[in-house]
Design a protein around this ligand. Structure first.
Ligand code: NAP
Length: 465
């Protein structure tokens, strides 16, 4: 089949101008890249740990050196604040270094205690990992999968979101410059609607996807059909529970600014703020004061605090979610409107009085909308936090950390942070439960997802059982 009309392009969210269009690859081009990745695996899997680690260190070094330019590319393609882009690139470099530094220890055989003889686990790579990623963290999303898997000896083929092709292409260039042998890391220009057909390719041995539930469902179904290991990192609607003894000023700052991070387009953004009634009015008043002062504008300017959303569709979807929820009876405390200027800008927004059955109660809102719920007691807070199809992250904010941990244990999510919004760091596992997906990335749990933990059992004549 020849390649269809391309949807792969850079459309600058600040100017609403198309900056660059890329050709979609044909089926035979895609097959050629997968075959090269499979071929590269044959030598990469036996390449020394030190050589693999050196590649990752080289990538980290290049990223740090070029962090300004890489951050600018993120801003041009998906609109994030340039300062956020710099922090993202620095985080990527830390992740590459982390796996380079810890690869040998993570890959060492794990001895098992047995009654007779010996037994151990040998960690062995699977082959080509086909990974699908979203646009919201153009470099971090790639890094989270690539660093651990390349260190483990797999080869990686990326299908990035169609609106961040220059970041996708740049990452491949960085790997080549860092010394990656041909086929160890490659990029595919293919639309989401065509990627599931690649899962059945005999060259592909495992698959991962970060994105929405519909995409994850069809991609993982394709993997299930051919019995290939998959992981899914999907949406979230993180609860942020504020206890009565919390430092309200700190809690409001953390929730209000946290919700504007990446213009609210973060899977682990604090999307549902659950506040005890006794402090709810103060919380809402302080959050409103903050949002009234927010500087919205060009994400390349240092003074800007709120960037545009990444696409026109993304903006229109969020505006509709707010409008519908208000029509259903919720209170629009602040914002809720598009800015009268070029680009995909929206006011920071606060909604309260959201009830079950309203759109914002159940939906993930992927934009700068702070939904605040007032509850009578902690039991009600936990019940509300868990009354969602999602289970990604969550926060408990309070002075008594023993009490906060008790509440954290009752939240049905993959991660809970005490006194902080859900975060990211290379040594901590990342992932969710329920409709937020399955499997983990990062840390030990993520490192072993796509390695075969092979049991080797040694019985000698003396130790025969
Ligand atoms: P999306 O539409 O699912 O796109 C994500 C990726 O999947 C893109 O590369 C997309 O390609 C591809 N895709 C689309 N349809 C597909 C299909 N049928 N089969 C296979 N791949 C397909 O997601 P989005 O709406 O842009 O991203 C936002 C969502 O991602 C939110 O729900 C957010 O919470 C979630 N997310 C989760 C995490 C996490 O770690 N849990 C992190 C970041 C984001 P095209 O661009 O070509 O369509």
């Amino acid at each position: 089949m020849s390649a269809p009309v391309s949807s792969i392009k850079t459309l600058n969210p600040t100017t609403n101008k198309i900056e660059k269009v890329f050709k979609e690859m044909t089926d035979s081009q895609l097959d050629h890249i997968l075959a090269a990745a499979d071929q590269a695996f044959l030598s990469w899997k036996t390449t020394s740990i030190a050589t693999r680690a050196q590649l990752l260190h080289n990538v980290a070094k290049i990223m740090r050196t070029r962090k300004q330019a890489l951050a600018r590319l993120c801003t041009v393609e998906m609109g994030k604040l340039v300062a956020e882009g710099i922090a993202e690139v620095e985080l990527c470099a830390d992740i590459f270094d982390y796996y380079a530094d810890n690869g040998a220890q993570l890959l060492a055989d794990r001895q098992l205690t047995v009654k007779q003889g010996k037994a151990f686990l040998s960690y062995e790579p699977l082959g080509v990992l086909l990974t699908v990623q979203p646009w919201n963290f153009p470099f971090y999303q790639i890094t989270r999968t690539a660093a651990a898997n390349l260190m483990g000896g797999n080869t990686v083929v990326l299908k990035h979101a169609s609106n961040v092709p220059q970041c996708a292409e740049m990452m491949e260039k960085i790997f080549i410059e860092a010394g990656a042998p041909k086929g160890v890391y490659s990029n595919l220009f293919v639309s989401g609607s065509r990627v599931s057909q690649l899962v059945a390719s005999p060259y592909v041995k495992a698959v991962s996807l970060t994105g929405s539930a519909p995409a994850g469902s069809s991609y993982a179904a394709a993997a299930g059909k051919v019995i290939k290991k998959s992981t899914l990192e999907l949406g979230g609607s993180d609860a942020f529970i504020v206890l009565a003894d919390a430092n309200i000023e700190q809690a409001v700052n953390m929730a209000a600014f946290g919700r504007l991070w990446n213009a609210g387009q973060v899977c682990i953004s604090p999307k549902r703020i659950i506040v005890l009634e006794s402090v709810a009015d103060e919380f809402i008043r302080r959050a409103t004061d903050i949002y009234k002062q927010i500087v919205i504008g060009d994400p390349l300017e240092a003074k800007t605090q709120l960037a545009p959303l990444s696409t026109e569709k993304g903006l229109v979807d969020v505006l509709k979610q707010v409008e519908t929820t208000v029509k259903q009876g919720a209170r629009l405390v602040y914002g809720g409107h598009r800015l009268d200027r070029e680009g995909f800008f929206m006011q920071p927004t606060i909604l309260t009085d959201i009830k079950p059955g309203m759109l914002a109660y159940a939906d993930e809102i992927f934009g700068p909308v702070l939904c605040i719920y007032a509850v009578k007691n902690i039991e009600e807070a936990i019940k509300l936090a868990n009354d969602t199809e999602f289970g990604l992250g969550g926060t408990v904010f309070g002075n008594n950390t023993d009490e906060a941990v008790k509440i954290a244990r009752q939240m049905v999510t993959g991660m809970v942070y005490i006194n902080h919004i859900t975060g990211i760091s290379p040594e901590l596992p990342f992932g969710g439960t329920k409709q937020s997906g399955y499997g983990r990335e990062q840390a030990d749990a993520g490192f072993y997802e796509f390695l075969n933990a092979k049991l080797i059992r040694i019985t000698t004549p003396e130790s025969a059982y």
